[in-house]
Ligand binder design. Structure first.
Ligand code: ADP
Ligand code: ZN
Length: 526
């Protein structure tokens, strides 16, 4: 960089019109501008784009941004062009002539930023052009957006992302920055390995949304519970209610209207004009409740959404985090409220079993569901659980239902210890289903074949039914005493966190099932 190179702050102010960097942005910008590699984990809305856009303008030449989403590419490029930046994109939406024009500009070195789809980047033709830029010192950096797409275990897997590992081989001196908003610990390592970013500096922003209160209630009469929640807490405020099916969206919206609330439906089955109208009304009018499927919310930036309610289980923890994250963007107090029942889990598991996907896909989907159920069954701070999923340690928050009203529990220490020792005795290579068969003394074919009917843990858990055991295993995973090996059929393995429990130094409490909890409190008040 020459001494005349504009500073990061100068660009931030004069190109983007902002007065200050947020959070880790400045550190990231400076690291990449100076030629360093970076792996950036930042929640949605955290401001990832500036992390590569500013160094792109600080460094000589063109920055190449890999992005899997055509719509996002177009949005970002128009915003940049509007701000006077020489930006363009190459993807399948361009006709041949426009694509050629972009390629010419790239070759001339007259672009600051070029967004490309990964499959385009990997073509010999495009790589030739990059070689030319490299040889003339006009390749500024590579940014890999939505980097979790490289993870085979995630829902957004893009095989072309795997090929991005050639970038450091072919362009070893060009800095690379990979960014994502969704990556649990395992995915994070996978990104680093597959993109060859093991030595990259990691920037992990907090995913905490301290102004959101998390509440998860047991389903009883869910619509009434929802109505009660809204009437008690936010009778005149804007909110979003998520349901799984279109029909339920319509029914719930109609029902809320009948009960005097301003509610509108939104799902992909409604005509385009209706969707657009409802969305505009939601953004402009005060106190509207949008009842929606997950089709609603992407790219919606309404700061004063006071609550997000779920009448059905979301599909994953990431989904839950993204959806609830639409509440309280203005920083004022807000609530994430969900009603769930064991029936939801059964239903979703059935949907997975009956789906078209491969066995592999189904196993992953089941695992994602289990992780989410781990959160709804938690007996301790919800926020701690949510943040732990993103690899972040936190103290109990004092602002979730479990912190405010600790749930009734049963002592599962003995059961958990049996489960852990069964994992150990069978060599840490089986999933929960088989382990439960062993614990319950069920001599299935697989059990006898492996000789597990003659080990010491065979049958020591016949006192609990399968459902209870499932909960025990789910919570052992949720609390990270066990880890799941996706590459080996969801085999469970002990982690270091299992030691204190095995040594008898800690206890393990589980939430009491709702009917039991109700009976118990009835008894105690009688
Ligand atoms: P992400 O990609 O992490 O979801 P974006 O890069 O789209 O987030 O940024 C989210 C919003 O925050 C955008 O409207 C962006 O203009 C704004 N933003 C980002 N950084 C800053 C900043 N330093 N100052 C003010 N606004 C910012
Ligand atoms: Zn809490």
């Amino acid at each position: 960089m020459s001494s005349q190179a504009p500073t990061a702050l100068h660009i931030l102010e004069h190109v983007f019109g902002y007065t200050a960097f947020r959070g880790e942005q400045q550190a990231i910008v400076e690291h990449v501008a100076a030629g360093g590699d970076a792996l950036v984990l930042m929640p949605t809305g955290g401001g990832k784009s500036l992390c590569f856009q500013v160094p792109a303008l600080m460094r000589e030449g063109t920055a190449v941004v890999v992005s899997p989403l055509i719509a996002l590419m177009q949005d970002q490029v128009s915003a940049l062009v509007e701000a006077g930046v020489k930006a363009a994109f190459l993807n399948s939406s361009l006709d041949t002539e426009s694509a050629r024009a972009v390629e010419r500009a790239l070759y001339d070195g007259s672009l600051d930023l070029l967004y490309v789809a990964p499959e385009r980047l990997m073509t010999p033709r495009f790589l030739d052009q990059l070689d030319h830029l490299r040889d003339t010192h006009r390749l500024a950096l590579f940014a890999i957006d939505e980097a979790h797409c490289v993870s085979q275990w995630g829902h957004d897997f893009r095989p072309e992302y795997l090929q991005l590992s050639i970038l450091p081989e072919r362009y070893p001196s060009i800095p690379r920055i990979a960014l994502t908003a969704t990556a649990d610990r395992q995915t994070r390592e996978e990104i680093a390995n597959r993109l060859r970013l093991n030595d990259a500096r990691r920037f992990v922003s907090s995913f905490d949304r301290p102004n959101i209160r998390y509440t998860i209630v047991d389903k009883d009469d869910p619509r009434r519970q929802l109505l009660g929640f809204i009437r008690d807490e936010y009778p005149t405020e804007a909110g979003i209610v998520y349901c799984l099916s279109r029909r339920k969206v319509e029914e719930t919206a109609a029902w809320l209207q009948e009960h005097g609330l301003k509610a509108l439906p939104y799902h992909a089955g409604l005509p385009q004009e209706v969707r657009a109208e409802h969305q505009t009304r939601f953004l402009r009018e005060d106190g509207l409740i949008m009842v929606a499927t997950i089709a609603f919310g992407m790219g919606i930036d309404k700061p004063d959404v006071r609550f997000v309610a779920h009448l059905d289980l979301p599909r994953s923890i990431e989904g839950y985090y993204q959806e609830t994250g639409r509440a309280g963007r203005d920083g004022q107090t807000a609530q994430a409220w969900m009603a769930w029942g064991a029936q939801d889990v059964v239903q979703q598991r059935r949907m997975i079993d009956e789906s078209e996907g491969s066995e592999e896909f189904k196993r992953l989907a089941r695992n994602r569901l289990d992780v989410l159920v781990g959160l709804v069954e938690a007996t301790t701070c919800r926020r701690q659980h949510l943040l732990a999923y993103f690899g972040e340690a936190a103290e109990p928050c004092g602002n979730c239902d479990n912190c405010l009203h600790p749930p009734q529990t049963w002592d599962a220490t003995e059961a958990a210890r049996k489960a852990l020792s069964c994992v150990y005795r069978t060599g840490q290579r089986y999933g929960a289903g088989h382990l439960i068969d062993v614990l319950r003394g069920d001599a299935t074919e697989k059990v006898s074949e492996r000789g597990h009917d003659s080990i010491s843990t065979f049958g020591i858990g016949s006192d609990l039914d399968e459902k209870r055991w499932r909960t025990v295993f789910r919570q052992l995973v949720a609390r990270e005493l066990l880890s799941v090996d996706h590459e080996r059929y969801n085999a469970l393995m002990l982690t270091d966190l299992a030691r204190p429990l095995l040594r008898g130094e800690s206890s393990f409490l589980l939430r009491l099932a709702p009917e039991k909890a109700r009976n118990r409190s009835r008894r105690s008040t009688a």
